[in-house]
Design a protein around this ligand. Structure first.
Ligand SMILES: CC(C)(COP(=O)(O)OP(=O)(O)OC[C@H]1O[C@@H](n2cnc3c(N)ncnc32)[C@H](O)[C@@H]1OP(=O)(O)O)[C@@H](O)C(=O)NCCC(=O)NCCS
Length: 162
């Protein structure tokens, strides 16, 4: 009789590690399949992976299934881009990625994290609200193709918040 697999990969949370130059193709591909992620050229990811920004990827079975890219500006941290492969969503992948970025920012002295998101991107807005981000402001017409307002979301970073 066939037994149940001891622990299926589906149940295992993905491992999170720093973004490397070799991840650029996988990350670009996830972004292309994630309307709502910032539309970056592969060269933007290359610059991010070579140290211009701080980036992390989530890996499952040695395959990249999500990414987050951030940058620190004085005592603030800006989340620049975030995406999870469509088939890997709603399993806590983005939560783990964002927590890794925010913990890193906190350790480096960031007191606040912020980001812009399309006003119509209700899924991402719900995700960020779940991650304790609140509405800070609105930038009218910030996005093009199509033109749309950006919501500015932010949260304070304190050491006992993770
Ligand atoms: C937004 C995004 C990154 C979330 O990734 P994810 O790995 O599915 O997120 P998580 O599984 O960690 O979600 C944690 C919680 O956030 C909330 N959430 C996440 N996605 C949601 C959605 N589409 N609708 C409503 N709530 C959502 C839920 O409360 C979820 O918990 P639950 O699944 O137990 O209900 C993913 O949907 C994505 O890649 N979207 C396209 C790109 C994008 O919009 N990026 C943001 C640019 S600003």
């Amino acid at each position: 009789m066939e037994g149940r697999a001891p622990s299926s990969d589906k149940e295992k949370p993905p491992a999170v590690r720093r973004l490397r130059p070799g991840d650029v193709l996988a990350v670009s591909d996830i972004a292309l399949r994630s309307p709502g992620a910032a539309l970056w050229a592969p060269s933007d990811y290359e610059r991010a992976a070579s140290g211009e920004c701080d980036g992390w990827v989530a890996e499952k079975n040695r395959r990249v299934v999500g990414f987050v890219i951030a940058r620190r500006l004085a005592d603030e941290m800006e989340i620049l881009n975030l995406g999870v492969e469509p088939a890997a969503r709603r399993r806590g992948t983005a939560t783990r990625l964002l927590e890794a970025a925010l913990k890193f920012g906190l350790r480096r002295g960031a007191k606040k994290a912020f980001l812009e998101v399309r006003a119509s991107n209700t899924g991402a807005i719900a995700f960020y609200q779940r991650m304790s981000f609140g509405l800070e402001g609105r930038r009218p017409g910030y996005y093009t193709d199509p033109t749309e307002d950006a919501l500015v979301l932010s949260r304070q970073l304190v050491s006992d918040s993770f």
